[in-house]
Ligand binder design. Structure first.
Ligand code: PBG
Length: 317
């Protein structure tokens, strides 16, 4: 009876698996604060994307970890930058299936469009002389990154730095370069959150200072709606709320007013907390994982980014 009347059902196609790939690695490297997750080599990345395809996942989201970092994040839009190389591998592994009748569906290949993995200071943008993030100088970098990612095969670019105007600038740049079909998943309501802690280890990055001049305050819900409205007006194809679990109210409100799909990102800290409690025997791991992700869907997410995507797909098969 509970199954019959369930209001919310998870499906593998709702889920997007974030994947990390590191330049110069020869073996995948475990991420200690995210048990079960690794930094991939280009080769194991390809295998992970194949597994995602076999599991029927809706997509993969790629993050690159460059060998060299600098103030402007120049590897972010380099033709042979690690993320561009990873995108080419991922597209190959995902296959063109799904576009051909009768074949298995291919996961959508998405790229994080942000500078924090590529800058030596760990901020999402380039810095002005006074050390604050320079919004408009960063927009040029994002436009260039998005085009480089599209050229490398990204089907969705995902600006995650919360620069004002980022969606409009990227849309123009993609259109000018002929990538009319590449979609924009906008991190619209991205909070300056403590829950991104383990991600710093995942991408070997040390953030100098904090993000409070350009990412949102946990105290503000209405502001998150305004941010989503701006991104919708600029042409976002999907709007996202991040983190997910502590912001389900914002997610619900965005879902109620958005006429494009809404995504939510269950971030590294949300993952680490459940894994740590489960490892201590303090919580039922499978129960907590499914409850947390079902709640994100119940709150209105059409698309859920979660590090548990493969495992959940296996459980709900
Ligand atoms: C920015 C970005 C982050 C995440 C997605 N895009 C890190 C951040 O904003 O600090 C993932 C967050 C997570 O899983 O903790 N490049």
């Amino acid at each position: 009876m509970r199954r019959l009347v369930a209001e919310t059902r998870l499906h593998a196609a709702d889920l997007v698996l974030p994947l990390f790939v590191k330049e110069g690695l020869t073996e995948p490297a475990p991420i200690a604060s995210m048990p079960g997750q690794v930094q991939h080599t280009l080769e194991t990345l390809g295998k992970a994307v194949e597994r995602a395809a076999e599991a029927g996942l809706g997509g993969v989201m790629l993050f690159g970890i460059p060998a060299r970092r600098d103030a402007t994040g120049s590897q972010g839009d380099a033709e042979d930058g690690i993320l561009q190389r990873a995108l080419r591998v991922a597209r190959e592994a995902a296959g063109d299936a799904g576009r051909v009748a009768g074949s298995r569906p291919a996961p959508v290949v998405m790229a994080d469009t942000c500078l924090d993995e590529f800058t030596d200071h760990g901020h999402c943008g380039v810095l002005a002389k006074d050390g604050t993030v320079d919004n408009d100088a960063t927009l040029d970098r994002y436009a260039s990154m998005a085009v480089a990612q599209a050229r490398a095969g990204a089907e969705v670019v995902a600006p995650s730095g919360m620069m004002d105007g980022q969606v409009a600038v990227i849309r123009d740049a993609l259109d000018d370069a002929g990538y009319l079909d590449v979609s924009i998943l906008a991190y619209s309501a991205k909070y300056a959150s403590a829950y991104y802690g383990p991600f710093r280890e995942a991408v070997d990055s040390a953030l100098q200072g904090d993000r409070r001049t350009y990412q949102m305050d946990a105290a503000n819900g209405r502001e998150g709606l305004r941010e989503a409205d701006l991104d919708l007006a600029e042409g976002a194809d999907i709007v996202m709320v991040k983190p997910a679990g502590s912001y389900l109210d914002v997610l619900r409100a965005v879902a109620d007013r958005s006429d494009v799909p809404v995504a939510a990102y269950q971030v590294s800290g949300e993952y680490a907390m459940i894994e740590a409690a489960a490892a201590n025997g303090w919580i039922d791991r499978k129960g907590a994982v499914l409850e947390s992700v079902t709640s994100i869907k119940r709150a209105g997410a059409d698309v859920i980014l979660t590090y548990w995507a493969l495992e959940i797909a296996e459980w709900i098969k």
